[in-house]
Design a protein around this ligand. Structure first.
Ligand SMILES: [Zn+2]
Length: 205
C-alpha cells in the first residue's frame, strides 16, 4: 500500500468517523429532548391528577357537609316545642297543647318520631317545632255543669260518656239565689269552655 493510498484511506475513515459521531450525537440529543418532553408530559399529567383528586376530595368533603347539615335538619333539637292538636268530634272542639320535648325525644328523626306517635298525624316537622294532630270521637275536657250540692253551687266536669264528676265545690250558697236562677241550678247549667264556666260562676258571686 502506497503512502498516498493510506492517507486517502485514513481520510475516508475520519470522514466516516465524524459522520458517525455526528449521527450518534444527533441521536442522543434527540433522545434527550424526547425524554425531557415525555417527562414534562408526565409531570403535567401528575399535576392534573393531583388537581383532580383535590377537586374530588373537596367535593366529597362538601357532600359530607351537606349530609351532616341534612341530618341536623332532620333531628329534634333540645329546645323543640311539640304542639299536640286534638279534634274532639263529639263537641267539635280543637284543643291545642304545647309541650317541651322530652329528653328521650331529642335527636329523633322524622321517621323515628312517626313510629313514636303512630296514632298521630305529623303535620309539621322542623328541629324546633313539631305539630301532631289526631281526632277523637269524644268530648274534650272543657265541658262542665253547675249544680247544687250541699246547699252550694258545685262545678262538675262532664266527661266523654256524659259522666259527671265533682271538680269544685264553690262557697256560693244557693240560699240567696233568685227563684229563676235556683231553678236553673237545679236543672244544671251546662257550659262548653273554661272561659264560659268562669263567666257563669262570676255571675252568681
Ligand atoms: Zn269540647
Amino acid at each position: 500500500m502506497s503512502t498516498i493510498k493510506l492517507v486517502i484511506e485514513l481520510k475516508k475513515y475520519t470522514v466516516f468517523l465524524i459522520v458517525f459521531i455526528v449521527l450518534l450525537l444527533g441521536f442522543f440529543s434527540g433522545m434527550h429532548l424526547y425524554n425531557t418532553k415525555q417527562k414534562d408530559i408526565v409531570d403535567e399529567k401528575i399535576a392534573e391528577l393531583v388537581e383532580d383528586e383535590c377537586t374530588y376530595l373537596g367535593e366529597t368533603a362538601y357532600k359530607e357537609d351537606l349530609i351532616t347539615v341534612n341530618n341536623k335538619e332532620e333531628k329534634i333539637s333540645p329546645n323543640c316545642t311539640i304542639i299536640l292538636k286534638i279534634y274532639y268530634a263529639k263537641c267539635g272542639h280543637l284543643v291545642e297543647k304545647k309541650k317541651i320535648v322530652e329528653e328521650s325525644e331529642v335527636n329523633l328523626s322524622e321517621e323515628e318520631l312517626r313510629q313514636e306517635f303512630a296514632d298521630w298525624e305529623l303535620q309539621k316537622f322542623t328541629p324546633t317545632e313539631i305539630v301532631l294532630y289526631k281526632e277523637m270521637d269524644k268530648y274534650c275536657g272543657e265541658h262542665y255543669v253547675l249544680k247544687e250540692k250541699n246547699g252550694n253551687i258545685a262545678v262538675f266536669r262532664v266527661d266523654e260518656d256524659s259522666k259527671e264528676t265533682l271538680a269544685e265545690l264553690t262557697d256560693i250558697s244557693t240560699k240567696y239565689l233568685e227563684a229563676e236562677d235556683l231553678e236553673k241550678i237545679k236543672n244544671g247549667i251546662y257550659v262548653n269552655s273554661k272561659k264560659e264556666l268562669n263567666e257563669t260562676v262570676e255571675d252568681f258571686e
